[in-house]
Design a protein around this ligand. Structure first.
Ligand SMILES: Nc1ncnc2c1ncn2[C@@H]1O[C@H](COP(=O)(O)OP(=O)(O)OP(=O)(O)O)[C@@H](O)[C@H]1O
Ligand SMILES: [Mg+2]
Length: 464
């Protein structure tokens, strides 16, 4: 069995030496680096199970090294070591993604204990036992909030396609929930007990992407000191989520297409192919058709990736979901902050409905998180919302879908505020032709008249 490998980074040679001896005794395989730059080179080329990193070093301090490391490998286990025991730098390191810290002088027993704990933790993570239940619960449908016809349709699609291996392309603006949907597909398929691995194709340098995806053999390029398994192999039996697929470099597109067509991959520098069983879900904010026209995205790859297409509409186009999602986040953030459940005032809700949400659900969550903190009593007021919501007096945007709309069906789920707005929208869309408006809403002419009265919309009609 391969021993877990640990990299020790410290500018003091004696410390590197002592730690190597202590850890080698425990059967770990240890590598050392005396400078941040040397460490970074090693980290780029090799996957370490754990990195022990000094905070104060002359060339690159430990915190900068930590940040660069986490950029390369977001799940990297790092334990910081600090000679001064300054709690501030340790706290900063934890915030930047370090798992733990130790203050010097380091005692053998203590270091072994911390290393074991970190590696144990890592193992739990990679084996996907840790939180498996919780994760599955998290991506069950009831955690994707929405009752708009768009979202209901997406739920239907997910249910239908989840069990199959067909590729799925998810498109939509930033923050619309592309990754959430990708996970929902995975965790509702029989692949759920195997890994879901996400890779951001835009964030990995072009020259590293292929080795990241397909792996490489030792010596295949400068810096390839070890053989590395690629993400395709890691995701075997599960799902690989290729985020920002539009940014995948052209030469990697060919290799990806081949992998999809043949169900096999070849590591960089190897002449052996390996059979793989991986479902590919990809996502992008960009219009891939445009990239095909510009000849920067291969049409053949596009068709391979796009067997099923799920388009997530922006939040402003599914207005009836706004109160539901807002409520969901209020509950979540009250709980997280140990606050009693807060209500939201109608005028604050109206402001949420009027805003155009360029950052979509993520932005809404952010606004709610802040509002929960700012709210004084038991209600979130307009004043607790950020000024950007009030900068431009935006008109009610039309969020009425063209088809499959049925006010009666959704009625029990939407607040009166939203219902009023939907009716108003239907009236405006139909230029105040009530018969036409009733058709748009799928309700009878009579009920529309009743609702116009109930919501006092007669005056609106006169104004127009
Ligand atoms: N319908 C929803 N119900 C509840 N939470 C949601 C919903 N849609 C999105 N979210 C939450 O909003 C945040 C953003 O979603 P996600 O990361 O999936 O978006 P994205 O489309 O991948 O964004 P980006 O393009 O910026 O990567 C996440 O915290 C996600 O859990
Ligand atoms: Mg995303």
């Amino acid at each position: 069995m391969a021993h877990e490998n640990i990299l020790v980074v410290d500018d003091e040679e004696s410390i590197c030496h002592i730690l190597s001896v202590i850890l080698a005794k425990e059967s770990y395989s240890v590598d050392t680096a005396l400078t941040g730059a040397a460490a970074l080179e090693k980290i780029t080329a090799t996957q370490y199970d754990l990195i022990l990193c000094d905070i104060r070093m002359p060339d690159m301090d430990g915190i900068s090294l930590l940040k660069k490391t986490i950029q390369l490998h977001p799940d990297q286990m790092v334990i910081m070591m600090t000679a001064f025991g300054t709690i501030e730098s340790a706290v900063e390191a934890m915030r930047d993604g370090a798992y733990d810290y130790l203050s010097k002088p380091i005692k053998a027993k203590e270091i072994i204990l911390h290393v074991r704990k970190a590696l144990e933790r890592k193992k739990l993570f990679t084996e996907n036992i840790y939180l498996r239940e919780v994760v599955q619960e998290k991506f069950s449908f009831n955690k994707i909030i929405g009752k708009s016809p768009h979202i209901i349709k997406i739920f239907d699609t997910i249910k239908k396609i989840a069990p199959y291996k067909s590729t799925v392309l998810i498109t939509g603006e930033s923050g619309t929930g592309k990754e959430l949907i990708a996970k929902a597909i995975h965790y509702n398929s029989n692949r759920r007990n195997n890994p879901f691995i996400a890779v951001n194709c835009g964030a990995i340098p072009a020259e590293l992407l292929e080795s990241e995806l397909f792996g490489h053999v030792r010596g295949s390029f400068t810096g390839a000191h070890t053989t590395k398994r690629g993400l395709f192999v890691d995701a075997h039996g599960g799902t690989l989520f290729l985020d920002e697929i539009a940014d995948i470099p052209e030469n990697s597109q060919v290799k990806l297409l081949r992998a999809l067509q043949e169900d096999e991959i070849r590591a960089v520098g190897s002449n052996q192919t390996v059979k793989i069983d991986v479902r590919i879900i990809s996502a992008t904010e960009q219009i891939l058709e445009n990239k095909i026209k510009e000849n920067t995205f291969r049409e053949s790859l596009y068709y391979r990736l796009n067997v099923v297409h799920i388009e997530l509409p922006p939040l402003r186009k599914r207005e009836i979901d706004i109160p539901l999602i807002a409520q969901h986040f209020i509950t979540r953030w009250c709980r997280k902050n140990d606050k009693a459940p807060l209500a939201i005032s109608p005028s604050a809700m109206e402001s949420l409905l009027n805003y155009h949400w360029p950052g979509n659900v993520r932005e809404l969550e952010n606004v709610i998180e802040r509002a929960v903190l700012m709210a004084d009593d038991c209600t979130i007021m307009k004043e607790n919302l950020p000024p950007k919501l009030f900068q431009k007096k935006s008109d009610i945007h039309i969020s009425l879908p063209d088809d499959q709309f049925d006010l009666k069906k959704i009625h029990k789920d939407v607040s009166a505020l939203v219902e009023r707005r939907l009716i108003l929208q239907a009236l405006r869309k139909s230029k105040y032709n009530r018969t036409h408006a009733a058709k748009l809403l799928n309700i009878s002419h009579r009920s529309l008249l009743y609702k116009i009265k109930e919501y006092k919309l007669e005056c609106e009609e006169e104004v127009s």
